[in-house]
Design a protein around this ligand. Structure first.
Ligand SMILES: Cc1cc2nc3c(=O)[nH]c(=O)nc-3n(C[C@H](O)[C@H](O)[C@H](O)COP(=O)(O)O)c2cc1C
Length: 381
């Protein structure tokens, strides 16, 4: 269990960082900084000593320090993090110095945090910002079908219509049924990052790299999945978690927030495709947002979000046969749209996502359906 951090431990951690930078300094100033810090009614006295060899911290008060600082712990941290200008700090009475304040500058490095990460530069590309404008028809499409019901699922049934459209435009489509693969869950050990290799502890122990290689070879990746508890099925989440190994640990600016550079920087796009049981399209709200975040972090622009609610109802209810055929045809056309232009036309999207029935009808007929199943003992759907 993680323990609470004490103010003195904070000071120790700062001194450790400073000590590392001090050891690298060509000219090492000698002297002592005495801190008289207040925090939540407590007094924390400690001093940092630099002796030309190393920089150490000790609790208590020393005699004749080079400089002494009296302040609250938070004001000192604000100063150390450059959130508080020292002159403003003195004028406002937040910081009180006694002695040679230039000593701070002589032992503090300019910027110990300025690491050169240019070898890992992976800036936002024009393609990622606007894939539709820079679109070339995909040659290789890799589908990750995350339905545990694989070929028997409604996900497969509906996505096949979309894939048919892609294929008709010359794309080579390969489907990976995630549930047929062994993908261990990320343990959060960070071996992939700490080792600097990107290699997971499960490398060669499961199928993750094989599936990931399929993604890497593709121009377009289709994530097809049934909605599970307003999100993606566990197997797909496990896949996303493991894919973090394929990014570097460093932090860079993304399109609208911080993210990591990738280890392989190839322009690729994604399609998010999902079906669900409930009838309302709002059911996809959370997963839509989730996948958008994942796609941003993966530098993988989404060119189409295709969602179909009430999937079982649409397939099973004979009264909806016309709508089912409309949806299937529009899905096929959506596949052609994506292949040709990198986006689905509004018209096709409208047909795919059309309202298929009143919620009250859906509830009544679904209840009848499930009751029949329970009564008859049939276990397929
Ligand atoms: C564990 C589980 C969780 C589900 N959660 C939702 C949900 O949150 N919202 C919804 O509308 N449907 C939900 N469903 C229904 C599935 O999305 C729906 O049955 C879908 O058509 C299944 O696709 P498949 O046949 O490819 O597996 C859930 C199904 C299961 C088995």
């Amino acid at each position: 269990m993680k323990e609470l951090v004490t103010p003195y431990q904070v000071m120790e951690a700062l001194a450790t960082n400073l000590g590392k930078a001090y050891a690298k300094k060509a000219v090492k100033a000698e002297g002592t900084i005495q801190f008289h810090l207040r925090h939540e009614g407590e007094k924390i006295d400690c001093y940092v000593k630099a002796d030309e060899n190393e920089l150490t911290i000790s609790p208590g008060v020393t005699t004749n320090p080079t400089v002494a600082l009296t302040s609250t712990l938070y004001h000192w941290l604000d100063l150390a993090a450059k959130r508080l200008n020292p002159i403003i700090g003195v004028i406002s009475g937040k910081l009180k110095f006694k002695g040679d304040t230039s000593f701070f500058a002589r032992i503090l490095p300019d910027d110990i945090f300025n690491i050169d990460i240019s070898p890992y530069a992976d800036p936002v590309t024009a393609f990622e910002k606007n894939p539709h404008r820079h679109w070339t028809p995909p040659k290789n499409v890799f589908v990750i079908n995350a339905s545990p019901r694989t070929r028997e699922g409604y996900t497969d049934f509906f996505v096949k219509a979309f894939l048919k459209g892609l294929e008709s435009e010359g794309a080579r489509v390969q489907t990976c049924y995630l549930s047929e693969q062994k993908i261990n869950r990320c343990t959060g050990c960070w071996h992939c990052w700490l080792s600097g290799t990107g290699e997971c502890i499960f490398k060669e122990k499961d199928d993750f790299e094989k599936v990931y290689a399929g993604c890497q070879d593709a121009d377009l990746i289709v994530f097809a999945f049934p909605l599970y508890c307003d999100g993606v099925p566990g197997a797909l989440k496990d896949f996303f978690d493991r894919a973090i190994a394929h990014s570097h640990p460093f932090m860079i600016e993304g399109i609208y927030k911080t993210r990591h550079p990738r280890r392989i920087t190839k322009p690729q796009a994604a399609v998010v495709f999902s079906v669900c049981g409930f009838i309302e399209m709002e059911n996809f709200q959370a997963v839509r947002e989730h996948l958008r975040k994942i796609s941003h972090n993966a530098h993988l622009p989404i060119v189409a979000e295709i969602f179909r609610s009430g999937a079982i109802y649409l397939h099973k209810n004979p009264l909806l046969y016309q709508k089912l055929n409309e949806v299937l045809l529009a899905l096929e056309k959506a596949g052609e749209d994506v292949a040709k232009r990198g986006k689905v036309s509004r018209k096709n999207l409208r047909i795919i996502t059309q309202k298929i029935d009143k919620a009250s009808n859906f509830q009544k007929m679904s209840n009848y359906f499930w009751n029949e199943k329970i009564q008859s003992g049939e276990n397929d759907y």
